[in-house]
Design a protein around this ligand. Structure first.
Ligand SMILES: Cc1ccnnc1
Length: 293
């Protein structure tokens, strides 16, 4: 990607805000020459080393490096350009405009197995791409997965703000991620690995099929306790009509021991993904549809 030193405002018109986080705002922008639209992520730079606001240059450069390395996969957002102003670094990304997978699930309360398996398969393909490059995402959750176009089922992972390269054998310990989705090793400050992403895929799968969050407690500590004790269950209310393949797929990921937890390759070979569900053949297992009526 070229680091353009033309002023950002000379190249793009800023249109609407698409989303905002703690230190970043994402705005839809339009290239003045080509008319092409993009998502521009404005990341506030940390002014002073002692400041708690803004993002360090090291973390910004890490996100850009990851985005550069992972380019070219259809389920990963594409990096277009990087600009810098006095106060911000602006990462210009492919515009993904179909809305968050999270909202899609909420609109239906939960999905049937065919639709859920088709989404999870795409997330697994994106995760396999990352892991093959020794990159872990560390923040897989429905909010970071978006539909490319409304009404279509092509999804893209859009945020790599917490992603990092983990060379095989290297040890990375960090308390990162969103409590509901973090694996036991994150709670216990033990080494992170690609297996940490696989646990989160299990949480996303459970949510898509039930609308509920498997380990969520009344507060952060209760959630963390449920995670480290792997305390979850398939409530009959939402899982009564769920296939044993789907439950087995999830159970293979909610495994405390990272060496025993299913890898992304094993998940892609799992019957629930390889079977009719995973190939979006139109067998509508009405597990949750009955609930949403
Ligand atoms: C929010 C967002 C991020 C990246 N691309 N499109 C939209």
């Amino acid at each position: 990607v070229h680091f353009d030193d033309t002023p950002f405002e000379d190249v793009f018109d800023i249109e609407t805000e698409l989303g905002s986080g703690q230190f970043a705002v994402v705005r839809r922008v339009r290239d003045k020459k080509t008319g092409e639209r993009y998502a521009a992520k404005f990341i506030k730079k940390r002014r002073y080393a002692t400041s708690r606001r803004g993002v360090t240059r090291q973390n910004i450069e890490r996100e850009v490096r990851v985005l550069q390395k992972i380019r070219g996969h259809s389920n990963v957002v594409e990096l277009h350009a990087v600009y810098e102003t006095a106060s911000d670094v602006i990462i210009v990304l492919e515009l993904v405009s179909g809305g968050e997978l999270f909202d899609h699930v909420c609109a239906k309360e939960c999905l049937d197995e065919v639709e859920a398996a088709a989404f999870i398969k795409q997330i697994l393909l994106a995760v396999r791409h990352l892991h093959s490059l020794h990159i872990v995402h560390l923040d897989i959750k429905p909010e970071n997965v978006m539909l490319k176009q409304r009404g279509e089922s092509h999804i893209k992972i859009i945020d790599f703000g917490l992603s990092r390269e983990i060379e095989p054998g290297a040890t990375v310990k960090d308390m990162v991620g969103t409590p509901e989705f973090v694996a036991p090793e994150v709670v216990n400050y033990e080494p992170l690995s690609p297996a940490t992403d696989m646990w989160a895929v299990g949480v996303v799968t459970y949510i898509l099929l039930s609308g509920g969050s498997p380990f969520l407690g009344d507060n952060r500590d209760e959630t963390f306790s449920n995670i480290t004790r792997v305390r979850y269950h398939f409530s009959d209310r939402y899982f009564k009509n769920t296939s044993k393949h789907a439950k087995d797929f999830i159970s293979r990921l909610f495994v405390r021991d990272v060496d025993q937890r299913a890898t992304v390759e094993e998940c892609l070979q799992h019957p629930w993904i390889r079977g009719p569900e995973g190939n979006a053949v139109d067998i509508r297992k009405a597990s949750c549809i009955t609930i949403s009526h």
